[in-house]
Design a protein around this ligand. Structure first.
Ligand code: ATP
Ligand code: MG
Length: 491
């Protein structure tokens, strides 16, 4: 494996030569060199030098000091390429002492590149390249590991993971992204040091978890994490599906089913929203699994409702954004959406879209495909999918939300004596309920007249109508949960 200076973007080469002309050493280092050798575009460029942070700042016009580790961001204003806008230059660092398995107690700069490579996590990340001299520094046989597809810790793996337990997840994530395997001693040490992950912040764990989910091999990674006892430090609930046998329609336990659904999304290169929903979609099953004498099989009543709640909690714990939490929760909640496309009505489809949100309907369909494949069943017959798709397309032309009604709050106030307040919302929602059943009613004239009738109703009457859809939904959920409780829980 070789590198040529022509692989290095002009902007990066310019920074290196500028530092070198000022009398210092400078290298491209870490993941950027790894990616170049593999033939992938590096996500970011990391440079390292024996110049101090102060010197680096002197050499370049526009810089900023990014963190307490001596990293200086060199700003490139002339590029549109995201990865080149800020290039990180970090002085050679020595591994400081770690007393908390998270962060070095203090940062010590060094004059030797060897020190800097020694502190890096994996051999494939401990490479340095200087395009000026053409030197590729490989002190830990990182190139051989790249060729063999191996993730191996630099030095003693137990020591390295005890210093910083996040490296365990970084290793699993890298293996999943690169489709590499993890060297045996490194793997063993990951398991032995897994408890140290308890000290790592949720945000850092979340970021590696996202990396795993977005990788090409998320299933393999999460199976390994489970085997090594690491999964519980990521999302405890996912592991609860291990060994939870399902009904006859399924070939796999709940854990494997969720993972296979996720892997299908990864194979299809579908976006993160679909992947995470696929991973969580049946997370409510372990809690809701009951034996039915009648059916001679397991049942999972309410697993969608329970699953949505578990999902919300798990993602909140991991400090996911509100947006991600809400979308995933909705997809899990409504993943059971379709019955037979020959039986479902258009108004039911419209309600599904209303529930999950028009912006998520495409993800919901993809999730459905993942669910099927994850079951071990063949792909849905194409004609059925075409039928779903065409029903959705048709339904999307009709009003699904209050904002799509041909009347708005202001107009309602004009034709009635209503004032801004909850009654106005109830009226609009009551109108939407009617229009969901019959889109032909979405005309200015009809809605105006209907708004007048509705305005004549008392608060309680109107509230019932306006919240009918929502209420109906909530009632269903309450019934489902009560049902489960009554039947199976002591309370
Ligand atoms: P990515 O492709 O996601 O950027 P990366 O390996 O480049 O992966 P970065 O977070 O960009 O990861 O870090 C750059 C380099 O810094 C790594 O390749 C590695 O050499 C080193 N590094 C990062 N985090 C750690 C860590 N926790 N312990 C030791 N070395 C680390
Ligand atoms: Mg990187």
């Amino acid at each position: 494996m070789q590198l040529s200076p022509s692989q290095i973007p002009r902007e990066v080469a310019a920074i290196l030569t500028k530092i070198q002309k000022a009398g210092f050493e400078a290298w491209i280092v870490g993941g950027s060199v790894r990616d170049l050798l593999i033939g992938q575009k590096p996500k970011d460029w990391d440079l390292t030098t024996n110049a101090s942070p102060e010197k680096i700042q002197e050499i370049f016009e526009k810089t900023f000091y990014t963190n307490e580790f001596g990293t200086v961001g060199v700003v490139n204003e002339e590029t549109i390429e995201e990865s080149l806008k800020v290039i990180q230059v970090t002085p050679y660092r020595l591994e400081g002492k770690y007393s908390d398995a998270r962060r070095p107690d203090n940062v010590i700069f060094s004059q030797k590149i060897e020190d800097d490579l020694k502190r890096r996590d994996f051999t494939i990340n401990a490479l340095a390249y200087d395009p000026t001299s053409g030197k590729l520094l490989d002190l830990y046989d990182g190139i051989a590991d790249i060729e063999a597809g191996t993730v191996r810790a630099v030095g003693d793996p137990n020591e390295r993971f005890s210093e910083d337990a996040l490296r365990i997840l970084r290793g699993i994530r890298l293996a999943a992204e690169l489709n590499f395997s993890i060297e045996e001693d490194t793997k063993k040490a990951m398991g032995e040091c897994s408890q140290q992950l308890g000290k790592i912040s949720k945000e850092r764990i979340r970021d590696e978890f996202i990396g795993i989910i977005n990788s090409s091999q998320p299933m393999q990674a999460l199976v390994l994490a489970n085997t090594l006892g690491i999964l519980s430090y990521i999302v405890l609930e996912i592991g609860r599906g291990v060994g939870v046998e399902q009904n006859q329609a399924h070939s796999y336990d709940v854990f494997e089913h969720n993972l296979r659904a996720l892997q299908h999304a990864a194979d299809k290169k579908w976006p993160f929203e679909v992947r995470i929903a696929a991973l969580f979609h049946d997370i409510g099953k372990p809690k809701t699994r009951r034996w039915s004498d009648e059916k001679h099989d397991w049942t999972f009543h309410g697993h969608d409702v329970v699953g949505a709640k578990i999902t919300k909690k798990a993602l909140e714990d991991l400090k996911f954004s509100r947006e991600t939490i809400q979308t995933t929760e909705k997809l899990v909640r409504w993943h059971m959406f379709f019955s037979d496309p020959d039986k479902i009505t258009l108004s039911a489809v419209r309600r599904i879209i209303r529930n999950v949100g028009p912006e998520n309907i495409d993800s919901l369909i993809k999730l459905r495909m993942c669910d099927r494949i994850g079951t071990g069943r063949p792909k849905e017959q194409p004609f059925r999918f075409r039928k779903y798709q065409s029903m959705i397309e048709q339904a999307l032309q009709d009003p699904i939300t209050v904002s799509m009604l041909l009347i708005n709050g202001e107009r309602v106030m004009e034709v009635t004596r209503e004032k801004p307040g909850p009654r106005l919302g109830w009226i609009l929602h009551a109108l939407l309920e009617e229009v969901l059943d019959d889109p032909a009613k979405n005309t200015k004239e009809y809605l105006q007249e209907r708004a007048k009738d509705l305005a004549a109703l008392s608060d309680p009457e109107l509230q019932v109508l306006g919240q009918e859809g929502k209420e109906r939904k909530n009632q269903e959920e309450r019934d489902k949960i009560r049902d489960i409780r009554k039947k199976y829980f002591v309370e």
